[in-house]
Design a protein around this ligand. Structure first.
Ligand code: ADP
Ligand code: MG
Length: 692
C-alpha cells in the first residue's frame, strides 16, 4: 500500500538510483514530492506560427520535421544536433548540445511542438533558432507535459534534468494525488473559500483550471492560497499551543510597587516617556499574576528599552528574587554591566557580570544568591550556572538569539518571567509570526529632545570635508565613532581596516585621543577603553561593528562609517543608532568606495532619506527579499516553504485567527486526528505539547 510516507524509491519511475538524487532536493517520501513546488511557471499555451515568433522571448510553436544533422565542432569536438522544422510560414532551426542520442526521436514529416527562447541568426540564412528547446510529439500520444500548457519549472539537480523531474512529478501526481487526505477542518475550508488539498496540490504543479501565468508566478493563485493558508495555520496552531501551555503554568506573583523601584525611578535623570510608562504598566500587570510572563518588548534603537528592563529587574530584586540580562555580545554585556552597576550600587544592589572572556566567574555568587542582578552573554545558559532563585530573565536584542536559547535561559529558574527585547523594526503582523507565542509591548516614541541625525554619503576624495566635520564636533566637546568592516588587513578583501584606520587618524588628529576597540582585544583592556570613551577620555573611538548593538554614549554626536557600501541596511541602521542619543545635533557620515553594486547604492540612498526603522526595514525587505531577511532568525521555527511572510500578510492573519480559535476549543485535536498528524509533521519534535 502506498501512502504519503512511502519512500520515493518505491514510486514508479524512481528506483534506488534516482531516489539518491532526489534526496539532494530534500525529497524523501511521496509527501515530499507533493510538496516540492515549482519555483516558476512558463506559459507555453500560446502556440505561434513560426513567422510570428519574437526574438528573445520564450515561445511555443508547432512544426514538421524537415531534417536532422549531427555536427561535430572542430576544436572542442562537441556534438551538436541540428533540427530543422517548418510550418506554412517559415523555418525554425533547433540545436541541442552534446545530446546526439536525441536524433532518434525525430523522423522526417513528424509533427512536433517546441518551446524555447527564440534567438536570431541573421547571418545563417534561417531567421529563427532555439537552443535546447523542450519538445513533444503530437501524434505519439505525448501527454503535453512540457509544452502547450502552463509548464511548471522545478529546481533540478545533477543527473536529473528539469524536464525529467517534470515528467516524474506529472506521473506521480496523476497516479497518487488521490491518496492525500485533507487535514483541514471542513468548516475552515468552506468559510475561507479554500480549494481542497488535492486540488490545490494538482493545480500548483500542473495548472488546469487556474492558468494565469502571472498569478502563478506571483504565488497568489487559488492553489497557492490554500497551501499558504495551511502553512501559516500549522505554524500558528503550534504557537497557540505553546502559548496556551505557558498560561497554564504556575509562575511567581510579584509585588510591583516596592521601595527600590520607586526610589530608582525617582533618581532617574529624566522623565519616562509615555510609551515607556505604558509598557511598564503592561509588564507590572504580568508580573503580579501567578503565571509566567512572556513578553516581547519591541522598539526602535534608542527608544529606551534598557531602563524599562531595569525597572522590571528591580521589581524581582525587590521581591528577593534574582534577575538576569542576557546580551548577544561581550561588549554589549560589558557595557550594560558598567551602566547598571553604577546605578545599582547606589541602591546597595549586587550586580555581577558573566562572560566567557572574563577570568573571574561569579558562579558562587550566583548560586548563593548574593548576586542579585546578573548580566552576561550566552555564558548564562551554560550548565555550570545555577541561580538561587531566578525571577526574571531579560534577553536583549532577541533577534540575535534563537528560540532554543530563550528556552534554555527560561529553564534556569522555576518558570521565571521573561522579557525579550528587540529593535528589529518589523510590522506587527510579522512579529506575530516570528514571536507569535509572546505578548507584545511596543515603545513607539523616542525620548523628548532628540535631535534628528543628518546622514550624508561621501566619496574617498572628499575626506578633507569629513575631517573638518570631525574636528568641528570635537571642538564642541563631542565624541566620534569611526567604524570599519574589518579588524585587520585581509588578503581576501581590499578593504580599509580598523587597525590601520586608528593609526591613520592618529596622524590626521595628532592632538586628539584616539582609542581602538574590536572583538580581539582582551576583556579587561576593552572594558577600560569603553570606560574611557564613556567618561570622555577618548575623543575618537575607532572600532569594528562590535559596537553595533547597545553602545550608549549620549555625548557621541558623529559616526563615520568607512566602506559603508559593504554594510547591510539593518546593520547601518543599528550602527547609526549609537548616535543621536543625547540632545546634540548628530551626524552620520558614510564613506563609500566605488565601484559598488546597485543594491549598495539603494541602501546608501535609503540611509540618506530616513531614520525611521520601520521604513528602513521595509526597504531592506524589498532589496533583500523576505527569505534572506528572516533567514536564521527563525531558528527553532518550522520553515516556510511556500508562504511569503510579506506578500501573504492577509492570509497569515486569517490563518492565525482560525488556528487560535480552534486551539482554544480543541487544543489536543481530539476531533481532528489528521490535523494532529500534519502538525506533528510540520513541527517535528519541536513542539512538546503536540506529542502528548
Ligand atoms: P535601546 O532601546 O536602543 O536599547 P537604550 O535603552 O540604550 O535604547 O536608551 C538610549 C538612551 O536613551 C540611553 O542613554 C538612555 O539613558 C536614554 N533614555 C532612556 N529613556 C529616556 C527618557 N525617557 N528620556 C531621556 N532619555 C532616555
Ligand atoms: Mg538596547
Amino acid at each position: 500500500m502506498i501512502d504519503t510516507d512511502t519512500p520515493i524509491q518505491y514510486i514508479k519511475g524512481v528506483g534506488p538510483k534516482r531516489a539518491l538524487l532526489l534526496e539532494r532536493l530534500q525529497i524523501k517520501t511521496l509527501h515530499d514530492i507533493f510538496y516540492y513546488f515549482p519555483w516558476r511557471y512558463e506559459d507555453r499555451k500560446n502556440i505561434k506560427k513560426i513567422c510570428a515568433l519574437s526574438y528573445g522571448s520564450l515561445e511555443t510553436t508547432l512544426g514538421e520535421v524537415v531534417s536532422t544533422e549531427i555536427i561535430t565542432t572542430p576544436r572542442k569536438r562537441m556534438k551538436i544536433l541540428e533540427l530543422c522544422v517548418k510550418d506554412d510560414t517559415g523555418f525554425l532551426k533547433c540545436r541541442w548540445f552534446n545530446q546526439p542520442y536525441l536524433e532518434r526521436y525525430f523522423t522526417r514529416g513528424q509533427k512536433i511542438i517546441l518551446s524555447g527562447i527564440v534567438k536570431g541568426t541573421p547571418f545563417a540564412g534561417f531567421g529563427f533558432e532555439m537552443e535546447n528547446p523542450d519538445f513533444e510529439h503530437i501524434d505519439a500520444g505525448d501527454k503535453f507535459i512540457h509544452t502547450s500548457r502552463i509548464v511548471p519549472v522545478y529546481k533540478a539537480t545533477d543527473g536529473f534534468t528539469p524536464k525529467q523531474l517534470r515528467s516524474l512529478m506529472f506521473s506521480t501526481i496523476n497516479s497518487h494525488v488521490s491518496i492525500i487526505k485533507d487535514f483541514m477542518p471542513d468548516d475552515i475550508v468552506q468559510k475561507n473559500n479554500l480549494l481542497s488539498l488535492q486540488e490545490a496540490i494538482r493545480e500548483t504543479h500542473f495548472p488546469e483550471k487556474f492558468f494565469d501565468v502571472d498569478t502563478l508566478n506571483k504565488g497568489i493563485s487559488p492553489g497557492h492560497r490554500r497551501l499558504i493558508f495551511d502553512e501559516f495555520f500549522l505554524l500558528q496552531f503550534g504557537l497557540a499551543l505553546t502559548r496556551e501551555k505557558k498560561t497554564q503554568e504556575k509562575g511567581i506573583s510579584f509585588n510591583t510597587n516596592g521601595l527600590l523601584v520607586r526610589e530608582f525611578i525617582k533618581r532617574l535623570p529624566f522623565e519616562l516617556t509615555n510609551a515607556q510608562k505604558r509598557v511598564l504598566h503592561e509588564i507590572r500587570i504580568d508580573m503580579q499574576r501567578p503565571v509566567p510572563m512572556n513578553r516581547l518588548l519591541h522598539g526602535d534603537v534608542g527608544c529606551g528599552k534598557t531602563v524599562v528592563a531595569l525597572i522590571s529587574m528591580l521589581t524581582a530584586v525587590n521581591n528577593d528574587y534574582q534577575a538576569c540580562l542576557m546580551a548577544p555580545t561581550e561588549i554589549l554585556a560589558e557595557q550594560h554591566f558598567i551602566n547598571i552597576h553604577k546605578m545599582m550600587e547606589a541602591l546597595g544592589i549586587r550586580v555581577v557580570l558573566l562572560t566567557s572572556g572574563r577570568r573571574v566567574k561569579p558562579f558562587d555568587e550566583i548560586s548563593s544568591g548574593r548576586a542579585q542582578i546578573i548580566i552576561g552573554t550566552h555564558s548564562l545558559i551554560q550548565e555550570k550556572v545555577i541561580f538561587k532563585n531566578l525571577g526574571l530573565a531579560v534577553i536583549d536584542e532577541q533577534h540575535k538569539f534563537g528560540v532554543v536559547q530563550r528556552a534554555s535561559l527560561r529553564k534556569k529558574g522555576f518558570n521565571p518571567h521573561i522579557i525579550v527585547m528587540t529593535a528589529t523594526p518589523i510590522p506587527r503582523t510579522l512579529a506575530l509570526t516570528l514571536y507569535g507565542d509572546l505578548d507584545i509591548s511596543v515603545i513607539d516614541e523616542l525620548p523628548a529632545g532628540r535631535k534628528p541625525i543628518t546622514t550624508r554619503v561621501f566619496f574617498p576624495a572628499q575626506k578633507e570635508q569629513v575631517y573638518t566635520l570631525i574636528n568641528r564636533e570635537i571642538a564642541k566637546g563631542r565624541q566620534i565613532y569611526i567604524v570599519y568592516p574589518l579588524i585587520e588587513e585581509s588578503e581576501r578583501h581590499d578593504l580599509k581596516c580598523a587597525k590601520d584606520g586608528a593609526e591613520a587618524f592618529k596622524k590626521v588628529f595628532p592632538n586628539r585621543k584616539i582609542g581602538l576597540i574590536h572583538g580581539r582585544i582582551k576583556q579587561e583592556e576593552r572594558e577600560k577603553i569603553m570606560m574611557d570613551f564613556k567618561s570622555g577620555n577618548i575623543d575618537i573611538l575607532v572600532s569594528t561593528t562590535v559596537i553595533e548593538v547597545g553602545m550608549d554614549v549620549p555625548n557621541a554626536s558623529l559616526m563615520l562609517i568607512v566602506h559603508a557600501e559593504r554594510f547591510g541596511l539593518a546593520q547601518l541602521h543599528q550602527l547609526r543608532g549609537r548616535i543621536g542619543r543625547g540632545n546634540h545635533e548628530s551626524y552620520c557620515l558614510l564613506i563609500a568606495y566605488p565601484p559598488f553594486s546597485e543594491d549598495a547604492r539603494r541602501r546608501l540612498k535609503v540611509m540618506g532619506t530616513t531614520t525611521d526603522g520601520f521604513r528602513i526595514a521595509e526597504e531592506d525587505l524589498e532589496i533583500r527579499g523576505p527569505g534572506e531577511f528572516f533567514g536564521t532568525r527563525q531558528s527553532g521555527m518550522p520553515d516556510l516553504s511556500i508562504a511569503n511572510i510579506i506578500r501573504d500578510v492577509d492570509i497569515l492573519e486569517t490563518a492565525r485567527r482560525e488556528a487560535f480559535a480552534l486551539a482554544k476549543v480543541d487544543p489536543y485535536l481530539k476531533n481532528y486526528p489528521l490535523l494532529k498528524m500534519a502538525l506533528q509533521r510540520k513541527w517535528m519534535e519541536r513542539l512538546e505539547l503536540v506529542k502528548s
